[in-house]
Write a protein that binds this ligand. Structure first.
Ligand code: SF4
Length: 718
């Protein structure tokens, strides 16, 4: 036998928003190996443990066990799903959706998408909901990930656009990591920070986090703030900068508005008061403010600690206020840099993949923006009524307001807060459609229709990473069994629905991803993210590019706002008058512990992919509730003892583990394990749903992002 020749194809890692380039080695039937792409500007050849084991999650035997291979359908909830053809399944869905829309209106259906979809998948689903069906009920798990960053950027800078780039890490002299265990959640960014420290020993790293994480241990200054107190911290730092004349008044006068009101507010945030609210040392607070304010270039990097909060928008805005007041923005090495959680949450935002947005960073609430998209799509109008955001959408499913829910590439039966409500919603729905590559997710258990989708190494299209860099990649392997690409499923369903609805012209004339992307590209013309100068050909020949990249440009824009002009009506950045609000679930005598949640180093989301790779369990083999030595001794608990962890939203049993990174009064549980891992007995209805059985559905009033990072809990020995 002659072995098939190996090919090497450029792609990106399908995990976090760092967006590392990978080279996939394949024999045409399977992925043989991966290595970091030395030419990709996100990682220059490096990969973390997750990225470097990607090939192990693409092994044929595992794929057969874990993957959804063909469409399945059931007509009654009491039936088992049975294998069906694509034609039968999509005809059924088109007729069901058409009848429901006719009888109950377009808002009786909803789509819940994912930041792991490619930009082209996202675009088509948005057009399907907003353009064909006439509902804005299309939201995504990016709502759980980056929506507070979106709202924070828009309120202050006027557009959802992270100003810095990865290169700024090399040029900063202060890096402020806040609400981010970068060493675990964005490991390749962290490697770059380590390199920058080696190259510049004077570089100061400040970390603010409730836990003494691996990232915090390495910091020059660690601020162990109490959960949810970030706004007080940032306002306090601004107070000190004002008092010590570290703000840039010339920049404030020339390029911003709204400072006078904010100045009045931060006057109240004295170092003593802030130190008390945050539970930190006053001298450390002073030091952090001075380092930040005196820096030639201060770069903040932040993630879900800011975003997954009932005051997430204010946290983002308060940090950006600090950057604006000290002119730590729009220059090399400086700026507020949100680290995207998922691989393509940015791309989803670009095509308007949220219930309140439209393509090209347009606002649904803006009549001009709606008219522009209607003209582009050739329809009379885009519906004006805002769609339901993630938590609202499942609440509407629970009450019957939304009757049909179509879930794509995400697992709300694990990742949404207050699992009791989510599972009641999925049980109550008239029809649950799950479009998935993996049939092992908890949400698949609720599916009346299961649509098998292709996944990493099989898909082709584009993604955008944290630094606004678009990468295009091609498929390496053929689609598995009867699975189809996500955009193909949406397009074929849309055409069938158009036929049932009697439409004589299709809005979906797409034959491939390039045609979809070209339409998306046109929607960005004249917008802050204008990519009309880019093409698939340029992306292929010149490699990944940052937006904006307008017509006539020869390169993307590395860094935004270097000219001091912002995409607001006045051209000035806006200070937001941010006021500290405590977490939604307050600790009290009944629920005395702060529970925080987060990622572990070697797992990704609900583990549908990383859970198939044995060596990724070497770092953490099972879920546990991490607790301080003081609290364990006080409760006479030992490593491995089982405890009931109970919040106002639910109760779970976990083994307890000594957490050397934990402060007394706080506990931590990783977000990755769902019911089969927690109970160890499979999905037997025993009520074990992972940590999100405990988290609060309270959400930020602007971004609607829920407070997945925190709940007040009590802990009793089981
Ligand atoms: Fe993948 Fe993120 Fe690791 Fe890069 S840092 S290899 S994108 S998981």
């Amino acid at each position: 036998l002659v072995a098939a020749p190996l090919t090497e194809t450029k792609a990106t890692c399908c995990y976090c928003g760092v967006g590392c380039g990978v080279l996939i080695q394949s024999d045409g039937e399977k992925v043989v190996a991966v290595r970091g792409d030395p030419d990709h500007p996100a990682n220059y050849g490096r990969l973390c443990t997750k990225g470097s084991t990607l090939h192990l999650s693409a092994r044929p035997a595992l794929q057969q066990q874990a993957r959804a291979l063909y469409p399945e359908l059931r007509l009654a909830r009491t039936d088992q799903r049975e294998r069906a053809s694509w034609a039968t399944t999509l005809d059924f869905l088109a007729n069901k959706f058409a009848a429901t829309i006719r009888d109950h209106g377009p808002d009786s259906v909803g789509f819940y998408l994912s930041g792991q979809l490619l930009t082209e998948d996202y675009y088509v689903f948005n057009k399907l909901a907003k353009g064909l069906i006439g509902t804005n009920n299309v939201d995504t798990n990016s709502r759980l990930c980056m929506s507070s960053a979106v709202a924070g950027y828009k309120q202050t800078l006027g557009a959802d656009a992270p100003p810095p780039c990865y290169e700024d890490i090399d040029q900063a002299d202060v890096i402020f990591l806040v609400g981010s265990n970068t060493a675990y959640a964005h490991p390749i960014v962290y490697r770059r920070i380590e390199d920058a420290r080696k190259a510049n020993p004077a570089l100061k790293v400040i970390v603010a986090d409730p836990r003494r994480t691996d990232t915090a241990r390495e910091a020059d200054l660690f601020l162990p703030i109490l959960p949810g107190t970030d706004v007080a911290l940032f306002n306090g730092m601004l107070h000190i900068c004002l008092w010590e004349d570290l703000v840039d008044l010339d920049y404030i006068v020339a390029h911003t508005e709204g400072f006078a009101e904010l100045k009045q507010t931060v006057r109240e945030y004295t170092p003593k008061m802030v130190a008390e609210i945050c539970g930190i040392n006053e001298a450390d607070l002073m030091q952090a403010a001075r380092w930040f304010g005196q820096a030639k270039a201060a770069l903040s990097m932040y993630c879900q600690g800011l975003n997954q909060s009932s005051s997430g928008t204010a946290k983002n805005a308060a940090l950006i206020n600090l950057h604006l007041a000290t002119h730590q923005i729009g220059k090399p090495g400086a700026g507020p840099f949100s680290l995207t959680g998922q691989p393509n949450a940015m791309g989803g935002r670009e095509v308007g993949g949220l219930a309140t947005m439209l393509s090209g960073h347009r606002d649904l609430g803006n009549p001009q923006h709606r008219a522009e998209i209607a003209a582009l799509w050739g329809i009379d109008a885009v519906p004006e009524k805002p769609g339901k955001s993630a938590v609202e959408m499942f609440e509407a499913v629970r009450t019957g307001e939304i009757k049909l829910i179509w879930i794509v590439c995400t697992n709300p039966a694990q990742s949404m807060p207050e699992q009791a409500m989510i599972r009641e919603a999925l049980s109550n729905a008239e029809l649950v459609v799950v479009q998935e590559a993996y049939r092992t997710t908890a949400s698949c258990d609720y599916a009346d229709v299961l649509l098998p989708a292709s996944t990493w190494s099989e898909k082709e299209g584009t993604v955008t990473n944290s630094e606004r860099r678009i990468t295009r990649f091609k498929s390496v392997l053929p689609k598995l069994a009867e699975s189809r690409h996500d955009w193909e499923i949406a397009v074929e369903f849309a055409r069938k629905l158009e036929a049932v609805m009697g439409k004589d012209k299709s809005l979906f004339p797409f034959a491939g991803t390039e045609e979809i992307w070209n339409e998306h590209r046109e929607s960005t013309r004249g917008r802050d993210l204008d990519i009309t100068g880019l093409s698939f050909k340029i992306l292929e020949e010149q490699g990944p590019q940052q937006w904006p990249y307008p017509e006539g440009a020869t390169t993307g824009k590395k860094r935004l706002y270097e000219d001091g002009i912002f995409p607001t009506a006045s051209g000035r950045a806006r200070f937001v008058n941010t006021v500290y609000q405590p977490v939604a679930d307050r600790v009290d005598a009944r629920y005395p512990f702060h529970l925080t949640t987060g990622r572990l180093r070697d797992q990704w989301h609900g583990m549908s992919r990383t859970g198939t790779v044995a060596q990724l369990f070497a770092h953490a083999a099972e879920p546990a509730v991490a607790m301080s030595k003081t609290d364990m001794e006080r409760r006479q608990l030992h490593n491995g003892d089982l405890v009931h962890v109970t919040s106002k939203h639910g109760s779970q049993i976990f083994p307890v583990a000594l957490g050397e990174d934990m402060r007394a009064g706080q506990v931590f549980v990783g977000m990755h394990w769902g019911e089969e891992y927690v109970s160890g007995r499979g999905r037997d209805g025993d009520g074990s749903h992972g940590v999100n059985a405990l988290t609060s559905p309270a959400y930020d009033p602007s971004s609607k992002q829920p407070e997945l990072k925190h709940a007040a809990v009590k802990i009793l020995k089981a």
